[in-house]
Design a protein around this ligand. Structure first.
Ligand code: NAI
Ligand code: MG
Length: 326
């Protein structure tokens, strides 16, 4: 069976790490058909549209999408793409790897981030000059969907600790509903869990990351806390993610276009290659997904590594080494 994969490299290091992930997938004995589309700052400059209609259709029609990164137009690209694939859950694993100089080597946390609402609805307005507003949307349906996904994910992946992040003491209506709904889901499953105020959680994640397994988060909290966890494990070059919907999905590194290193050929491709491993899991190629993860782990431990991890290897050197280790 052929799987059609939309490949959208985007801007900056997206152009460097996306081909690396495609090379790794091509090295496996799976029938993928890759179709490439444009998105991001460069295509906006050229056409006036950061996410052209052809690219939207490509992502809608494909069985899954691999996305690199966009630059300043990120919100105009990734938010619609996540919605085109119907993804309600953003899965962001933050794991420390042997051989990588991590602030907290014991970190092994998966953020399950609500991906459709919260403060990322884009409902903003300027009431009058100097006064702006943003509408934070939280629905019972989306809160239930993300909590069910989070508790099921924890069970399927043998995580003991589940934490529901919220700020219901201040955002009483919106996070009140999020928390209440997630707790109801836990009760239906007879699942154990903790709740945590998201600001205090930021501190606890740094002090005691081994107390945490799966963290179910509202949209913005999941975005911020997963970047925070990237700092615990050795940087953004290591964090993959999956945007999962009922019948489609998009896989992307957590990082952005990294203009400070773009064009130098030294971006760490691990986050993007690990995102491709999540794509393999998604299609049920569990063994191949594990092979890719193990290959990345071997290379992280034994080198070569890119400058963000203290090495002097290029993106291509690391990619070739991962393919060797497959
Ligand atoms: P960023 O993730 O691009 O970079 C943050 C820092 O991490 C930089 O120092 C960068 O060099 C480093 N870094 C990130 N990925 C790396 C990798 N694979 N290997 C080595 N080092 C890596 O975030 P920043 O600087 O906040 O944003 C840059 C641009 O990216 C902005 O225009 C922003 O809008 C966009 N962005 C796009 C996202 C997306 O497309 N999903 C997500 C986040 C930011
Ligand atoms: Mg982010």
């Amino acid at each position: 069976m052929t799987h059609e994969i939309a490949v959208i490299p985007g801007d900056g290091i997206g152009q460097e790490v996306t081909p690396a992930a495609v090379e790794v997938l091509e090295a496996l004995d799976i029938d993928f058909d890759f179709v490439e589309g444009d998105a991001g700052d460069a295509v906006k400059e050229a056409t006036g549209d950061a996410l052209p209609e052809e690219t939207r259709e490509l992502a809608a029609d494909a069985d899954a999408t691999l996305f690199g990164a966009a630059g300043e137009t990120a919100a105009d690209v990734i938010l619609p793409l996540r919605s085109i694939v119907g993804s309600f859950a953003n899965v962001r694993p933050a794991r420390a790897y042997p051989g990588v100089d991590a602030v907290k080597p014991e970190t092994d946390i998966v953020f399950i981030r609500e991906n459709t609402e919260g403060v990322y609805t884009g409902i903003e307005s300027e009431i009058t000059e100097g006064v702006t507003t943003l509408t934070r949307v939280v629905t019972e349906d989306a809160s239930r969907e993300i909590a069910e996904y989070g508790f099921d994910y924890a069970r399927q992946n043998d995580f003991e600790d589940v934490t529901i992040a919220h700020k219901a003491n201040v955002m009483r209506q919106t996070d009140g509903l999020f928390l209440e709904t997630a707790e109801a889901v836990a009760a239906e499953r007879d699942a154990e869990y903790d709740t945590a105020l998201m600001d205090a959680l930021a501190m606890h994640l740094i002090m005691n990351p081994d107390d945490y397994g799966v963290v179910i988060c509202p949209n913005l909290a999941g975005d911020m806390l997963s970047d925070l966890a990237a700092g615990l494990v050795g940087g953004l070059g290591l964090l993959p993610s999956a945007n999962v919907g009922p019948d489609n999905a998009l896989f992307e590194p957590v990082h952005g276009s990294a203009p400070d290193i773009a064009g130098e050929g030294v971006a760490n491709p691990s986050a993007m290659i690990l995102s491709a491993a999540m794509l393999l899991d998604h299609f049920g190629y569990d063994e191949e997904g594990d092979r890719v993860r193990t290959a990345v782990e071997d290379v992280l431990e034994n080198g070569p590594t890119t400058p963000d991890l203290g090495g002097d290897a290029s993106t291509e050197d690391v990619t070739a080494a991962v393919i060797d280790h497959l």
